[in-house]
Design a binder for this molecule. Structure first.
Ligand SMILES: Nc1ncnc2c1ncn2[C@@H]1O[C@H](COP(=O)(O)OP(=O)(O)OP(=O)(O)O)[C@@H](O)[C@H]1O
Length: 349
C-alpha cells in the first residue's frame, strides 16, 4: 500500500500573464418564469481585477453561482483556462476558482486556523489510510498545510488570532478569514461577493489593499460590490448588470461616464435600457403619491392659515376692548380715590 501525502502544486493558479482565466459566454439562468441572468458574456484575464456591479436583484450573485458550479446555467458555457467547468462546486474549486459569500459562511465553532485548513483540503492528497494510520508522511503533509495556513493568516493579518473561535471574531475579521480560507485552495481566480459589506471606511480601505496584494500574488479577481468608490479605485474593468443583462463594460472612467449606468443607479432609465419600463412605472407611482401628498398638505395649510387668521384678530380685538374698559374703570376709580384721599385738599378748601 502506498500513501501519497505530498501537498499538491502549491500555486496551481499561477497564470500566464495576459491569459484568459475566465471565459463566460451567453450565460443565462432561469428560475421558472424568472430570467435572473440573460446571455451574459464576461472574461477575466490573468493579472486583472474585474468588478461586477448593478442594482439589487440584478443577477450578480446568480451569475457568481453559475461560475462556481452552485447553479448549472440554463444556457451558456463557462470555461476556466480553456476548460469547460464541471457542474459541481468542489470540482470548480479544485479546478482553481475560489469564492467568498455575501453572507459569511465560516465554521463558527472551529478555530480561525482550522477554518483555513478546511480550505486546503482540495490541495492535499492524503488518502483515507494515511489519515487513519497517521504515519510520518501524514504528519509531514499536515505540517506543510498548517504552515501554509499560517502564512495566509499572516497575509490577511489574522495570524495572532489563529486559535480564536471564528464566531468570536469581529465582522470585518470574519470577512478576512473567509478570504484566507478561499486562498487556501490556491486559486487562479478569486470571486469576492460584497467583501466590504458591513465594514467601516477604514476596514474597506484595508480590504482594497488586500485585494491589490492578492492580484499581485498572480491571482485574478472578480468582485461584486455596491461600494462604488471601492470598485472604481480597485478595478481594471467593470461590468454592469441590470435586470440580468450586461448593460455596459469598460474601465472605471468609461463606466462612470456612461449615462445609462448613471440612469440605472439614479432611476432615470434610458429608452430601451433593460428595466426602463419597470423603473418608469415605479417613478410614475412615486410621483403620483408625492402629488397627492402635496395636495393634501396644501389643503391642510390653507385651513390652518384661515383659522389662524380669524382667531388671533378676534381675540386681540376682544382683549383690547376688555383692556380699554378695565383701564377706563380703573382710571375713574383712581381719579375718585385720588381726589377723595388727596392729603391736604380739605385743608386747601
Ligand atoms: N434560487 C433562486 N430561485 C428563484 N429566484 C432566485 C433564486 N436566486 C435568485 N433569484 C432571483 O434572481 C434575481 C437576481 O437575484 P441575485 O441575488 O442574483 O441579484 P443580485 O444582483 O446579487 O442582488 P443583490 O445586490 O441584492 O445581492 C432576483 O429576482 C432573485 O429573487
Amino acid at each position: 500500500m502506498t500513501t501519497d501525502t505530498t501537498t499538491k502544486d502549491a500555486t496551481p493558479g499561477a497564470a500566464v500573464p495576459g491569459e484568459t482565466v475566465l471565459d463566460a459566454r451567453g450565460v443565462t439562468m432561469r428560475f421558472g418564469g424568472l430570467t435572473a441572468v440573460r446571455g451574459v458574456d464576461l472574461t477575466v484575464n490573468a493579472g486583472e481585477i474585474v468588478g461586477l456591479i448593478g442594482p439589487n436583484g440584478a443577477g450578480k450573485t446568480t451569475f457568481f453561482n453559475c461560475l462556481t458550479g452552485l447553479y448549472i446555467p440554463t444556457e451558456g458555457e463557462v470555461r476556466y483556462k480553456g476548460n469547460v467547468l464541471p457542474p459541481k462546486s468542489f470540482k470548480v474549486t479544485a479546478a482553481g476558482i475560489a469564492r467568498t459569500f455575501q453572507n459569511i459562511r465560516l465554521f463558527a465553532n472551529m478555530t480561525v486556523l482550522e477554518n483555513v485548513l478546511v480550505g486546503r483540503h482540495t490541495r492535499t492528497k492524503e488518502g483515507f489510510w494515511s489519515a487513519v494510520l497517521r504515519g510520518p508522511g501524514f504528519h509531514k503533509a499536515e505540517k506543510a498545510s498548517r504552515d501554509r495556513a499560517m502564512e495566509l493568516l499572516q497575509f490577511v493579518g489574522l495570524d495572532h488570532k489563529s486559535e480564536h473561535l471564528a464566531r468570536n471574531l469581529p465582522y470585518g475579521e470574519q470577512r478576512k478569514l473567509e478570504i484566507a480560507r478561499a486562498l487556501a485552495s490556491e486559486p487562479g481566480l478569486l470571486l469576492l461577493d460584497e467583501p466590504t459589506a458591513g465594514m467601516n471606511p477604514q476596514e474597506t480601505r484595508a480590504t482594497e489593499e488586500l485585494v491589490f496584494a492578492i492580484r499581485d500574488m498572480g491571482i485574478a479577481v472578480l468582485v461584486i460590490e455596491h461600494d462604488m468608490r471601492f470598485i472604481f479605485n480597485l478595478c481594471d474593468r467593470v461590468a454592469v448588470l441590470v435586470q440580468g443583462e450586461k448593460l455596459v463594460e469598460g474601465d472605471s472612467a468609461t463606466v462612470q461616464g456612461d449615462e445609462r449606468v448613471v440612469a440605472a443607479y439614479l432611476g432615470e432609465p434610458f429608452e430601451n435600457a433593460p428595466g426602463a419600463e419597470e423603473v418608469a412605472e415605479v417613478e410614475a407611482a412615486e410621483a403620483h403619491a408625492e402629488t397627492a401628498a402635496e395636495t393634501a398638505a396644501e389643503a391642510d395649510a390653507e385651513t390652518t392659515a384661515e383659522a389662524d387668521a380669524e382667531t388671533p384678530a378676534e381675540t386681540t380685538a376682544q382683549t383690547a376692548e376688555a383692556d380699554a374698559e378695565t383701564t377706563d374703570e380703573t382710571a375713574e376709580a383712581d381719579a375718585e380715590t385720588t381726589t377723595d384721599a388727596a392729603p391736604g385738599k380739605e385743608n386747601d378748601r
